[in-house]
Ligand binder design. Structure first.
Ligand code: KIV
Ligand code: ZN
Length: 390
């Protein structure tokens, strides 16, 4: 039996970057975009081109350098946004226009001040306009999980008929729970007559800490694209965390064996580290998959178990997500080569000059400490970056 392909749509550079403290300049976006491409996602959303000249530039530059995955740009459902979005995206090998409008009565009444019929027409017109420019168009029904399901199904049917190849059902405010989201996605899969002409996508926020669980429930119900961000960064409590959904579908293959996806899990840790190095915002130590303690065993009973057989307390290996094998302890006797390797494994791509300065700082610290830990190295590089950008 052929497997159902689950597309991974990374929105670290758009929804993730939108969150306070996570903004990135164009060079940083390009550096991370190359790593996201290397990780093997299917589409990356590079930004919201009309939102600022800087975002426009970043989206065009990312579109120009990324060759092995789709590049999307977000546009509201109006001609101006879509035209500007297309201008930024058109140099991509696989461009995608991502247009959206809200479908919940709450948003229609208080934000858009439009009726359901008016909003439906705006959505159809936007998709048709975008399809005249670009073959790959995604439509998002913002605040879908607080929308009337019958109306939502009508919108999905209409935008597919208008030419949307992907229809996204966002849980914009992180309100739904797995049992409910599964029902919404099932309703769409069962009730929308032309649903097989498009891919149903899910995009969850983490306000109740359920973004990953909701995304997995939606995949079970038939969704075939998951939108997510590295380290789960994003508006408010963040978005679905890429590493969590990918590793859940990998570790629990027994529950998801009818599906396949293309991400190289060994690039996960490096991607996480590169993001924290760029933004200067660390994940909490107990963060699933990529936190400092994710594979640490402190309790004696656990240590004893792991020493006897790792599967006693480890459901996945650190290597499977690309944790650097810590066989090399860095200290005052370590050479430049080992240091450079560790920096690379930690996600830092810095100039030769910055590397030399970091190595000098490392040697000074190593003289004072028995062992230099990854956090020490991160601090050295981050302090230097802070000093050079002052
Ligand atoms: O959360 C949301 O609804 C979004 C859409 C614009 C896709 O980010
Ligand atoms: Zn979002």
């Amino acid at each position: 039996m052929s497997k159902r392909k689950i597309m991974i749509f990374d929105t670290t550079l758009r929804d993730g970057e939108q969150a306070p403290g996570f903004s990135m300049n164009t060079e940083e976006k390009i550096q991370l975009a190359l790593q996201i491409e290397k990780m093997g996602v299917d589409v990356m959303e590079a930004g919201f081109p009309i939102s600022s000249p800087g975002d426009f530039e970043a989206v065009s530059r990312v579109a120009a350098v990324i060759k092995n995955c789709g590049v999307a740009g977000l546009c509201r459902a109006n001609k101006k946004d879509i035209e500007v979005g297309w201008e930024a995206l058109k140099g991509a090998v696989r461009p995608r226009i991502h247009t959206f409008i809200a479908t919940s009565d709450i948003h229609l009444q208080y934000k858009l001040k439009k009726t359901r019929e008016e909003t439906l027409q705006i959505a159809i017109d936007a998709v048709k306009f975008a399809r005249n420019l670009c073959d790959d168009v995604e439509f998002s029904a913002e605040d879908a999980t607080r929308s009337d399901v019958d109306y939502l199904c009508r919108v999905v049917e209409a935008v597919i008929a208008a030419g949307a190849k992907t229809v996204n059902i966002p849980d914009t405010v992180g309100y739904t729970v797995p049992m409910e989201y599964e029902k919404i996605i099932s309703a769409i899969m069962n009730r929308v007559p032309n649903v097989d002409k498009a891919r149903i996508s899910v995009h969850c926020h983490n306000d109740l800490g359920l973004a990953s669980a909701n995304s997995l429930a939606a995949v079970k119900a038939g969704a075939s694209q998951v939108e997510c961000t590295i380290n789960g960064i994003g508006e408010r409590a963040g978005n679905t965390s890429l590493e969590e959904v990918i590793m859940a579908m990998t570790v629990r293959k027994d529950l998801f064996d009818e599906i396949e996806f293309g991400v190289n899990t060994k690039e996960i840790y490096r991607s996480s580290k590169m993001l924290t190095a760029i933004t200067g915002v660390n994940v909490q130590p107990n963060k699933a998959i990529v936190g400092k303690n994710a594979f640490a065993h402190e309790a004696g009973i656990h240590q004893d178990g792991v020493l006897k057989n790792r599967i006693t307390y480890e459901i996945m290996t650190p290597e499977s997500v690309g944790y650097p094998a810590n066989s090399l302890v860095l200290g005052k006797h370590s050479g430049r080569h080992a240091f450079v390797q560790r920096l690379k494994a930690l996600g830092f791509e810095i100039s030769d000059e910055a590397m030399q300065a970091a190595f000098d700082a490392f040697k000074i610290l190593a003289d004072k400490k028995k062992e230099v830990f990854d956090e020490d190295i991160e601090n050295i590089v981050l302090n230097q970056t802070a000093q050079t950008t002052k």
